[in-house]
Ligand binder design. Structure first.
Ligand code: ATP
Ligand code: MG
Length: 419
């Protein structure tokens, strides 16, 4: 084996895996398309400041997970670590606020984070995501949660749990963060060094700490859900009522923290029991201040992203229908003048007529070719010994008939047994 391998934390998607992913993509297109979401693709890299400003300076992503590089002209670029900031950038850049609101978009793309690779955690990974920009009402939040739930169900993700919270709006959050930071400073001897170091950057992350002493200290901390301003509380009540109506079960988790700084109001995360340590399959939230922060007009927004690898891991191998092969075109090694051209033409013509057709490309003997056709599950094999007289073998019936070249495709299309 060559010493060249895929970089650490990356992987190849080989055809059987690609088939699983295609099924997932089709589910996403069906579910999100039916709700009026249009597909978007943004560049693989963006100006670094888009993520620094959008995702939040104090987040893990910006502090240590970004792959940044100089573009050769002195500008710092970053491989996209997430999809929301680029989509908001595109919304502003293309003046999408002039379109009927909300603008509803979805994506399935790869993202890059410099993380310690492990099962379900990679350096290049795929996310499917959806955003609704330009609508502030709770129906939008609830719609997005239901769509994510439906997608996870359709893909077959097992042991799903939904955790739900609200962060309030920027103003209440600021006041709450001060209150929380004061609490944390007053209890520093019960906190890990990492948490202490982040108190003033992002005190909310303290709820996320693994350290047992910190967790104990956090049990007495004030909770954002108890501090919501009346209109935020009302918004959250409506989201919950809509989810109840939709029959979606959730658990309120006032300590829910997600690794992105732009969220306000509704916040949620789906976990799967089937995943072990990396149990988060997907989540999202409302980000009403983000577009303005990126230089656009004040615009509400809400969205989610779900990890494709974690969805597939949790769903396990689902059976996938094998590809049909209608026709295998065989060329006996002893065949005469013009046979290989005729074979090549027949395979092309068959494909253009809508059949799936494969041509012998490996120089096998006739026996080997028939064996290969059988392995592919080919319905018919055309044996081109003489380009003017083609033997068409019906692999199901086992019989063989001699046909003029122009009769081969119509015969297969009729699917009639060759008597
Ligand atoms: P985690 O807490 O597991 O690091 P996160 O909060 O960083 O997740 P998000 O930024 O919200 O994750 O991304 C949404 C989803 O993308 C996650 O729920 C997960 O399924 C997936 N995801 C995130 N980072 C990775 C990664 N490095 N490799 C594979 N999937 C990932
Ligand atoms: Mg992370």
């Amino acid at each position: 084996m060559s010493s060249l391998q895929a970089p650490r934390g990356t992987f190849d998607v080989l055809p059987p895996d690609a088939a699983q992913r295609l099924v997932l993509e089709e589910q996403a297109r069906r579910i999100l398309g039916a709700a009026g979401y249009g597909r978007i693709e943004t560049p693989t890299y963006e100006a670094t400041e888009l993520f620094a400003r959008g995702v939040g300076e104090a987040t893990d992503i910006v502090q240590k997970e970004m792959y940044s590089f100089d573009d050769g002209a002195g500008r710092s670029m970053t491989l996209r670590p997430e999809g929301t900031a680029p989509i908001c950038r595109a919304y502003i850049e293309h003046g999408m606020h002039k379109q009927p609101q909300p603008v509803k978009l979805w994506y399935l793309s790869s993202f890059f984070r410099a993380e310690a690779p492990q099962k379900g955690r990679y350096r290049q990974f795929w996310q499917v995501g959806a955003e609704a920009i330009g609508a502030a009402g709770p129906e939008t939040d609830a719609e997005l949660i239901v769509l994510l739930y439906d997608l996870l169900q359709a893909v077959g993700v097992k042991g799903l749990q939904l955790r739900l919270s609200s962060l309030g709006t920027a103003q209440t959050r600021r006041e709450y963060r001060e209150e929380l930071a004061a609490y944390l400073h007053a209890h520093e001897d019960g906190l890990s060094h990492e948490v202490i170091g982040r108190i003033d950057l992002n005190p909310m992350r303290a709820f996320d700490a693994d350290d047992a002493r910190t967790r104990e200290t956090m049990r007495g901390a004030p909770l954002m859900l108890d501090r919501l301003a009346p209109d935020d509380a009302e918004h959250f009540e409506s989201v919950k009522a809509l989810l109840n109506d939709a029959g979606i079960r959730y658990e309120l988790d006032p300590t829910l923290v997600r690794g992105l700084d732009y969220y306000a109001r509704t916040l949620w995360e789906f976990t799967s029991d089937a995943l072990g340590a990396q149990s988060a399959v997907g989540g999202g939230g409302r980000y009403d201040g983000l577009i303005e922060q990126l230089g656009g007009p004040p615009t509400p927004g809400v969205g989610w992203a779900a990890g494709v690898e974690r969805m597939l891991l949790s769903a396990g191998q689902q059976p996938i229908a094998a590809n049909v092969v209608d026709l295998f075109v065989a060329i006996p090694p002893s065949s005469g003048e013009g046979a290989s051209q005729a074979a090549f033409k027949l395979a092309n013509d068959a494909r253009r007529a809508g059949l799936s057709a494969q041509l012998e490309l490996a120089g096998r003997g006739l026996k080997g070719q028939l064996k290969h056709a059988d392995r592919l599950g080919a319905r018919y094999v055309a044996i081109i010994g003489d380009p003017m007289q083609i033997s068409l073998k019906d692999m199901e019936a086992g019989d063989q008939t001699e046909l003029a070249p122009e009769s081969v495709i119509p015969t297969i299309l009729r699917g009639s047994r060759i008597a």
